[in-house]
Design a protein. Sequence first.
Length: 185
Amino acid sequence: MNQPSQKQMDWIKVLVQERRQGLTPAPEWLKPPTTSWEASRLINNLKGIKKDIYNIPDPEVGFYKVGDTVVFAYRARSGHITSKSFAGRWEYTGKKGLTGCTPDAMMTDKEVAELGRTISKDGKGTCVVCLAEGRDPTLTDARSIAAGYGATCAARFGWHYPSQQEADTIIASWAVTVTTEDANA
């Protein structure tokens, strides 16, 4: 019998690294192959185990701060939770981008509003959800600007949408913050 090829051994190494969670505890059949035929059989067995990225539990739909990256976890048309990450612009990161999206990493309404103000090109308001989904993100209503997302997106995700009085208070606090920062500069 032929020994396993280097290509087979390299492929086995990759498959094992991608499936560590599914291989704990190690199954009996997971042992170094001694023949090319055993290597082929091992490769087929390993392919039958889901990659670790698919074993990530689905987080709630919403925005997460994972290190220096903002991640938008959303439900795709297929029904699966997937993600986009923001680094100057939104980029699709799929299931792999959900790594680190834990309940304690979920952004608050205030953090999402701040993100909307930060990425706004005109200094007014940008709906971070619409921007992530490729729709017109411009916010014109004071309540939406204060929230960082519009009424439609607030209802869709179950987020707090401020009253006009709350929005006026939030926006007034920005002016005080800017004035205070200018005075300290």
